[in-house]
Design a protein around this ligand. Structure first.
Ligand SMILES: *Cc1c(COP(=O)(O)O)cnc(C)c1O
Length: 336
């Protein structure tokens, strides 16, 4: 697993963590290739990433053609009409412009179809006039190492590249990097793994935690058996209970779907969430945690409560846990 060049995917505000902070740090650590989804994201990052390639995964929008040259951006092109439009733009300004070529090998979202590949193989001129940096494709099931689709996509990509003019290749996302040497290419494109999401679900996380979300206890109150907690009194005390009310809610990206099943970390232990998640407040059963005081902070996401586990409570994946993070929290950028 050593020695393969690696880009950094910083789309969606670096998976919710703040691309304006994250991307320059990755540049300082040696990353020279970055990917975002949208043109506007690339334009915003360009001044922060001098000299780096910035790939725009969603491609070329002819209505904003000038932005790609003004900001030195590299669109990822995935249809023949899109390629033709980019070539026409390049010809109009008399320059050979950079691009990446997206090939669909199983996602059926973006990228040249088999029929378009046939057309290109028959008439390589369809790709003329463009400085092709990489051919790329995207894995659909890389986090499931036993899914046969991985090998199918690997073979389709190799076959496609054999029919294209020679160019470098970009293949694996975070989980793809861990599928083994056959999935290595000239440029991996990890996103989630950079932010501490486990790229190998079901196995120990090879990545370090990068995010910690804590929230303070506002009040503690003792309630009697039979007393309800929160909206609709969906949780009812069955013993004398100490309720901790914490300043976080679904408006902060702590999904309401986790009502009644989440936990928070405190002092090396887990405190169970009780009742409905409100917009701005959470309630916990602190009865078994007598040390907990108003002002103490519970770890909602972090080394003790990994995003992948929170994802289980939210009914989603670690990616969405991060991209859901709200903007009310005070964000501090430091080593964990
Ligand atoms: C988002 C994305 C990635 C990064 O995927 P991770 O699973 O977060 O590593 C790589 N390539 C493409 C095309 C993407 O859209």
């Amino acid at each position: 697993m050593h020695g393969a060049p690696t880009a950094a995917v910083v789309k969606a505000d670096a998976y919710g963590l703040g691309a304006a902070h994250v991307a320059p740090r990755l540049l300082a650590e040696g990353a020279r290739h970055f990917f975002v989804a949208q043109l506007s994201e690339a334009v915003a990052l360009r001044p922060l990433l001098p000299g780096a390639m910035i790939g725009v995964l969603n491609g070329f929008s002819a209505g904003e053609a000038g932005s790609y040259t003004v900001h030195d951006l590299t669109p990822v092109l995935g249809t023949l009409p899109e390629i033709a439009a980019y070539r026409a733009f390049a010809a109009r300004i008399g320059r050979k412009l950079p691009a990446m070529l997206h090939v669909d090998t199983g996602m059926s979202r973006l990228g040249l179809s088999d029929a378009e590949l046939d057309a290109v193989a028959e008439d390589p001129g369809l790709l003329g006039g463009i400085a092709w940096r990489y051919a790329m494709t995207h894995l659909a099931s890389a986090e499931l190492p036993n899914d046969p689709l991985n090998e199918v996509q690997r073979r389709r990509f190799a076959d496609a590249c054999a029919r294209l003019p020679p160019m470098a290749r970009s293949f694996a996302n975070s989980s793809g990097i861990f599928l083994g040497a056959a999935f290595r290419s000239d440029l991996a494109r990890p996103g989630a793994a950079l932010y501490g999401v486990n790229p190998t679900p079901g196995r120990a996380n090879p990545m370090r935690a990068t995010v910690r979300l804590t929230a303070p206890v506002l009040q503690l109150r003792d309630i009697a058996p039979g007393q309800g907690v929160g909206y609709n009194a969906s949780w009812v005390a069955h013993r004398p209970t100490r309720v901790a009310t914490v300043a976080l809610g679904y408006a902060d990206g702590y999904h309401r779907a986790a009502s009644g099943r989440a936990e928070a970390g405190f002092d090396g232990a887990r405190v169970p969430l009780i009742g409905r998640i409100s917009m701005d407040l959470l309630t916990f059963d602190a009865t078994d945690h007598p040390a907990l005081q108003p002002g103490d902070r519970l770890e909602m996401i972090g080394p003790a409560v990994p995003p992948d586990e929170v994802a289980g409570w939210f009914g989603t994946n670690g990616y969405e846990v991060l991209t859901s993070l709200g903007h009310r929290a005070n964000r501090i950028y430091a080593a964990l």
